[in-house]
Every structure is written in structure tokens, then in C-alpha cells.
Design a protein around this ligand. Structure first.
Ligand SMILES: [Zn+2]
Length: 83
């Protein structure tokens, strides 16, 4: 079973990959072998996801579908789109 992680449980976590599943947003986190499911404080696990490229760094911006809570995480290992 996929473990649920609260969005504010580890603000420093580094995301290697993400995907949308039927039951919520799945994240692959640096230093962990298994995917986790990101859970909001409202209990929902569905997020609007945006990848933001700035200064050679990539951030993952997530916004809760249900209550609008937002969070930002660092991403690693993402290939920048070719210009
Ligand atoms: Zn929420």
C-alpha cells in the first residue's frame, strides 16, 4: 500500500518524479524507494501540479483541488525542455 505523507510533514523533501493517480498525487522522493501519496490538511490527496523553471532550478508547485492549500518542493533530476 502507498504511504500517505502530509504536505507539511517534510518541507525539505526533494521530488524526483510525480504522477497523478486515481486516488491522488504520487511522489517519488529522494532517499526513498517507494512512492508516497501527498495528503492535504483537508484530507484530500488531489493536487493541481505545476513545474516551475527558474535559474536552472526546478520547483514543484502543488495546489489542493479541494481547499486551495499550496506547497512548493524542490525537484531533482528533471531534464529541462530543449529551447
Ligand atoms: Zn486541501
Amino acid at each position: 500500500m502507498t504511504r500517505d505523507v502530509r504536505y507539511d510533514a517534510s518541507p525539505g523533501m526533494v521530488i524526483q518524479a510525480w504522477r497523478s493517480a486515481e486516488d491522488g498525487l504520487r511522489l517519488r522522493v529522494l532517499g526513498s524507494d517507494e512512492e508516497v501519496r501527498l495528503q492535504c490538511r483537508c484530507g484530500r490527496c488531489h493536487w493541481i501540479v505545476r513545474e516551475q523553471f527558474a535559474g536552472g532550478h526546478v520547483s514543484l508547485l502543488v495546489t489542493c483541488h479541494s481547499c486551495g492549500t499550496r506547497a512548493t518542493y524542490a525537484m531533482e533530476g528533471v531534464t529541462l525542455p530543449a529551447p
